[in-house]
Design a protein around this ligand. Sequence first.
Ligand code: NAD
Length: 356
Amino acid sequence: MPTILAAGGLGFIGSHTCAVLLEKGLNVLVIDSLENSVEDVFYQIKKILNFAKSSKKGNFSFRKGDVRNKEFLRKIFKEYKLSGNQIEIVIHFAGLKSVGESVLNPLSYWDVNINTTISLLTIMDEFKCNNLIFSSSATVYQLEILMNKKVTEESKLSPINPYGNTKFTIEKILSDVSQSESNKWRIANLRYFNPVGAHESGLIGENPKDKPNNLLPMLLKVINKEKKELSIFGSDWPTKDGTCVRDFVHVMDLAEAHVATLKFLLNNEPQIINLNIGTGEGTSVLELIDSFKNTNKCDLPYVFEGRRPGDVPYSVADNTKALKLLDWKPSRSIEDICKDTWRWNKANIKINEKLI
Ligand SMILES: NC(=O)c1ccc[n+]([C@@H]2O[C@H](COP(=O)([O-])OP(=O)(O)OC[C@H]3O[C@@H](n4cnc5c(N)ncnc54)[C@H](O)[C@@H]3O)[C@@H](O)[C@H]2O)c1
């Protein structure tokens, strides 16, 4: 049975994607350094699988290690080949992802994001594994393009921070690699918009090790009384209510997009494809806060602060291409996002208490 390697698969998006792949009966191996995740996530995914109704469930294993380490990767690829479970597909989630941190520490972003990719591609090629899904990002698009209308995959690319530059560069590396032997590589760059929410079970969700940078983890700090008020950056943007508008996509919809992409790649000729993965709907920060309060009947004090450098007022995907090519359609609402985030937070407080 072939194996799917999920590099960085214990992180936020990787863990949800593993759960969906395993429920479909696919075998998954995670390699993760635990730089921004914990081993407990592996056991939580196993629990999800135990509860799952699906009759055919995949095998799940985990190796702790750094994806930049070619020797380590080579050993694992060899071991899986010899056991008859060769690695045939890689989903590359591994990397550093904070825009702000990347401005302060660009070298570590270039080192981790680029070198994980080069090591993976080198070893994949050695073992004739040429199917790759890469976690790209909406940050690759030019700022002005993101300002006022939905972006298509053909919109101009021109990132403005080191994090976005690494994603843009990786897309270029992948394009070069696929052109070098165009009848061999099947590659998809999934440009995620704003992944949020959590698994419906409440067993896995977003749990950054360091200071959270994304809206929902910051919001949960207020809910958990670790912070007095939620900071909203900018109240005078040219949007419906003055706050930034984003394309919030439920992480389970995003996880399902990976399965659909896998099917698409394997059923079509070798190629490299870019796909925007978002809902195509814009929600303002204030709308999300209101929905969170109403759905979960909670109080959520907030305060307006100045605009953050590098923020754009409007970032929404034109997802026509993904809807057309993939057997996929995002189905979860903003209310689902709020409900699932709430459930995950309640459970996560208990998990953290247990770990301490
Ligand atoms: N979450 C978002 O808002 C978002 C948006 C667009 C793109 N992305 C991209 O999607 C991918 C996954 O994002 P996420 O939110 O799940 O992030 P995450 O930090 O939760 O997950 C990344 C995982 O990679 C692991 N990792 C980091 N460096 C590693 C290394 N050298 N070797 C092995 N493992 C390593 C971390 O321990 C973590 O488990 C990232 O590449 C990110 O840039 C995320």
